[in-house]
Design a protein around this ligand. Structure first.
Ligand code: OXD
Ligand code: MN
Length: 582
């Protein structure tokens, strides 16, 4: 159907391996969406939700053992083991092609292979990139329609170029013993087999836009980051953009869709992206960020009109819900929703459920796939082919005691150290122990497609090349008091912190210098209309020297793990903080 030779040849080769009954080249039309939806509904792969209550919405349940990303089955298959580094699983490319190839062999027999050409980034932008995903899953096709610009437009953008990311996906038999997510950075190739869960199979997202793109970015001189992008408009109408990286489950989607509190009159916020930022140096010397995706693949539980009303509206129509509780009459429910649970339903495992079952109805990692265009706060600039200029980069994590509400790094190099050492404490929603510190540099631990030491080196080099670099900050919404209660109200009130950050970048607000960075003076944060108990803001902004010395100590095993490629500058910054604390 399409005339690109490189594409046709590769599709033929992959079809020879997977042996589908049929190959369908997708054009991205509405007629195609309706036809495929009906087909998936007829086989039970997908259900229509109640179309009056949830127009255009669909429901899908994955296999019980296939509900999340699988870091232990995710591999970077670079030619040299050294290039994958100590934080990634590595497999030699020949071995990986051979191992996965055996599972792919004949895996599409009796099935259709769908060819999905897609663009990451706005059509026509010089910064966008094209990928092609081959899959035997209609669920994947329908999700990719929401998350990317797909079909004819992508083939037009590709023209006769052979420069596209090759993604092969097959559900195969959904056996976790025969499941692999393989990345071949030198071949711009992704092979994903044995899973049907979004993060493993929507190959444009984590696999391409982070793991493969971080490799491209390193060679081409830009940054592919696990960051939300948000615009803050002040009452005078000036919009400043920030990009922020937090480990998974620290509220990136909530911050990306923040609703200003009533006390901050005249402020507006604009969502550009909630998960991924591709950032380049613009002609004006600033760093410009673009969201390569067109949809949100967000965690459902905990989403309510209080925590994220914009997400609820974005996901109120034309959305795919995965692994939530199925209620009566085509309704759905999840833990944390405003409404009471239905009297009975079918849980994410497919078992009968009532509120007394003593188990959750929706899987903690159940998801909505919603078109970004439906988000009430979507920025008018979100499809700007140039992206948006970034004023501040923000790192963060979930820390009960260590990090203050906000601090500013002294300069780019110190900021890279701050990003490289971010960490988050596990919550009850994670498996295992609560409060365990997990180091997650730049929130990229599971997503950096090459050696972490080289990645930090790349960040340091970028700082030298950006004539007007953004300032770098750290935030922590999760500090607790002695009783374990959160000190900061979070959600919309986080705008107060963003405002301090932005005015610091404009040289307009007050800060005190501490050993770890600049911290707002108590008066510099606008707390009008916030009834914080006496002493709270002081606690939120305090830096406990002993706790920080322990924190620096805790960083050492992770920094040592990076080995010979650990940039000296990172250790210098570590030692500098220690000296200032002493
Ligand atoms: C995600 C994640 O799904 O970071 O976005 O895990
Ligand atoms: Mn993410």
């Amino acid at each position: 159907m399409y005339k690109n030779k490189a594409v046709t040849q590769w599709v033929e080769e992959m079809a020879k391996l997977t042996k589908p009954d049929k190959i369908v080249w997708l054009d991205g039309s509405d007629e195609e969406r309706i036809r495929l939806t009906q087909e998936a509904v007829s086989t039970g792969e997908i259900k229509y939700l109640n179309q009056e209550k949830y127009p255009g919405c669909l429901f899908h349940r994955t296999a019980k053992n296939d509900v999340a990303r699988v870091e232990h089955l995710t591999f970077i298959c670079s030619r040299n083991k050294e290039d994958a580094g100590p934080t990634n699983n590595w497999m030699a490319p020949e071995e990986a092609y051979e191992k996965a190839g055996r599972i792919f062999d004949g895996s599409m027999r009796g099935r259709t292979m769908y060819v999905i050409p897609y663009i990451m980034g706005p059509m026509g932008s010089p910064f966008s990139k094209v990928g092609i995903e081959l899959t035997d899953s209609i669920y994947v096709v329908l999700n990719m329609r929401i998350m990317t610009t797909m079909g004819k437009a992508a083939m037009e953008q590709l023209g006769d170029s052979g420069s596209f990311v090759k993604g092969l996906h097959s559900k195969a038999d959904l056996n976790p013993e025969r499941r692999y997510i393989m990345h071949f950075p030198e071949d711009n190739t992704i092979w994903s087999v044995g899973s049907g869960y979004g993060g493993n199979v929507l190959l444009g997202k984590k696999c391409f836009s982070l793991r493969i793109a971080s490799n491209m970015a390193r060679h081409e001189g830009w940054l592919a980051e696990h960051m939300l992008i948000l615009g803050v408009e002040n009452p005078q109408g000036k919009v400043s953009y920030v990009a922020a990286a937090f480990p998974s489950a620290c509220g990136k989607t909530n911050l990306a869709m923040l609703v200003p509190p009533p006390a901050l009159k005249g402020y507006k916020t604009w969502t550009v992206g909630d998960d991924i930022a591709w950032m380049r140096i613009g002609e004006d010397g600033r760093l410009w960020a673009m969201n390569p995706e067109t949809g949100f693949f967000g965690v459902v539980p905990g989403t309510s009109s209080k925590t994220n009303p914009n997400a609820l509206i974005a996901a109120s129509k034309n959305t795919i819900y995965t692994n939530v509780l199925e209620g009566p009459d085509g309704t759905i429910w999840w833990e944390g929703l405003d409404q009471e649970p239905p009297a009975y339903g079918i849980d994410w495992k497919g078992d009968p459920w009532t509120p007394d079952s003593g188990t959750v109805g929706a899987h903690p990692n159940s998801r909505f796939t919603a078109p970004a265009s439906q988000c009430p706060s979507i920025s008018p600039e979100w499809r700007n082919p140039e992206g948006v200029p970034i004023t501040a980069l923000i790192f963060g994590g979930r820390r009960a005691k260590v990090a203050p509400l906000v601090y500013q790094s002294f300069d780019w190099q110190h900021g890279v150290f701050v990003g490289a050492t971010i960490a988050s404490e596990t919550t009850a929603a994670d498996t295992g122990e609560v409060g365990v510190v997990r180091r997650d540099p730049m929130a990229m631990l599971p997503f950096c497609g090459y050696h972490m030491g080289d990645y930090w080196r790349h960040w340091l080099e970028m700082g030298k090349r950006i004539p007007c670099p953004p300032k770098i900050f750290h935030v922590n919404w999760f500090r607790t008091n002695k009783q374990g209660k959160f000190l900061w109200p979070g959600f919309g009130e986080n705008l107060r912190v963003l405002n301090w950050i932005i005015s610091r970048c404009e040289g307009e607000s007050e800060a005190v210098k501490t050993p770890i960075g600049y911290i707002p003076t108590v008066d510099a944060l606008n707390l009008e209309g916030l009834d914080l108990p006496a002493g709270t803001i002081e606690s939120l902004l305090s830096v406990d020297r002993e706790v920080w010395k322990e924190e620096l100590n805790g960083q050492l095993p992770f920094l040592e793990k990076i080995g010979d490629k650990l940039p000296k500058e990172i250790m210098d910054e570590h030692n500098a903080v220690l000296n200032r604390l002493n």
